[in-house]
Design a protein around this ligand. Structure first.
Ligand SMILES: [Zn+2]
Length: 362
């Protein structure tokens, strides 16, 4: 692809007063992207390192793809990922176009028409940016995003969750044939990658590790072989998670996550489960969603959806990715912070997996 074909948006290069990260190797500098959100009003909001230098680009529909707008930022993104879009937004991709850089791509549906002359990425503060997609059809759009856009790091005290030491009781769970099934459980994020950080500093990676370890214990108690992609607060990149799963010959793969939006949207709560494309994965996702909803009263059912997350797209066995609630949600966050709710979620996910194995795997 040649850059020359791309039309550059108004380019706002704020002079660097000081290097963002004092590192001799730019590839080692952390990404300047701290948080992003795309609002249901069609506005992209970014929080970055102070005085980061951003470049924005536009490409109209081509090669069967819709319009793409992307923003390059300094510092290397550690975890490239895709986020499924809603409405006129097909997908958001966070990538590493070259060592030492971060790229945020918004791809619109092929039928969306935008005029690049109407688009400007504006700096609104030393670390805040806004781009209003003028003319974007708003129907079906939904607030989406990652990280804490408000950047108020002074919540106190922040919540740190340690994996539960209390063994969880498997006696109410469905039974399956002993030593016949194998499952991979993938606790999202970990180590230096906290995933989403929500209300009172509730960290997604802590929540999902605690739940995942309990799910593994419950399944093992039912005679299922379980491989975990991580068992501690360490970070494991996405490709090794997938190759571990694919090597294991497991009957199912379940990636466990919690959702997040900006801190200014505590009204958004809910449970959802993603699968990539095949019908068996869709059924696995449905069993998981059904069980999680049964223990998540008051939290909206966001349903079973298709998603293009790397770990469910590249795994060769039926796979699903659960989002157990919003760490930024007023209903979900306080609950996810309690050991009791995490135990109930672990029981629910284990029951969903066992139902799937029992009823769908021959
Ligand atoms: Zn996650």
């Amino acid at each position: 692809m040649s850059r020359a074909r791309f039309r550059r948006l108004a380019l706002l290069a704020v002079l660097l007063l000081q290097p963002l990260v004092c590192s001799p190797s730019p590839a080692k500098a952390a990404s300047a992207l701290a948080a992003w959100a795309l609002t249901e009003q069609g506005t992209l909001q970014l929080r970055t390192g102070r005085h980061a230098r951003l470049e924005a680009f536009f490409q109209g529909p081509s090669d069967g793809k819709g319009t793409r707008v992307w923003i390059d930022l300094p510092g290397e993104l550690k975890f490239p990922r895709r986020v499924a879009g809603r409405g006129a937004v097909k997908e958001i991709r966070l990538g590493k176009p070259r060592p030492g850089a971060t790229r945020l791509v918004i791809e619109f549906q092929p039928w969306v028409q935008l005029n690049p002359n109407d688009l400007t990425l504006r700096g609104t503060a030393a670390d805040r940016w806004e781009l209003a997609f003028k003319g974007l059809p708003l129907k079906g759009l939904d607030d989406m995003g990652e990280g804490d856009l408000t950047g108020r790091s002074a919540w106190s005290p922040s919540i740190r969750i340690r994996p539960s030491q209390v063994p969880v009781d498997p006696s109410g769970l469905p039974t399956v044939a002993q030593n016949r099934y194998s499952v991979v459980i993938d606790p999202g994020h970990g180590g230096p990658d906290p995933g989403a950080v929500g209300i009172r500093g509730l960290r997604e990676s802590d929540v999902v590790l605690d739940v995942s370890l309990q799910v593994a214990a419950l399944l093992r108690a039912r005679g299922v072989t379980v491989n975990l992609t991580r068992t501690r607060e360490v970070d494991v990149d996405l490709p090794p998670r997938v190759s571990l799963a694919n090597r294991s010959g497991a009957n199912a793969f379940v990636s466990i996550h919690a959702n997040a939006l900006s801190m200014s949207r505590p009204d958004v709560n809910g449970v959802e489960t993603f699968f990539f494309s095949d019908p068996r994965s869709a059924r696995l996702a449905a069993y998981l969603q059904q069980q999680m909803m049964a223990v998540s009263g008051g939290s909206p059912n966001r349903g079973v959806r298709r998603g293009r997350f790397f770990v469910i797209r590249r795994t060769t066995m039926p796979s699903a990715l659960v989002e157990m609630g919003f760490v930024t949600g007023a209903i979900d966050a306080p609950r996810l912070a309690t050991a009791d709710h995490r135990r109930r979620l672990a029981l629910a996910i284990a029951a969903g997996v066992l139902n799937y194995l029992k009823l769908e795997v021959r």
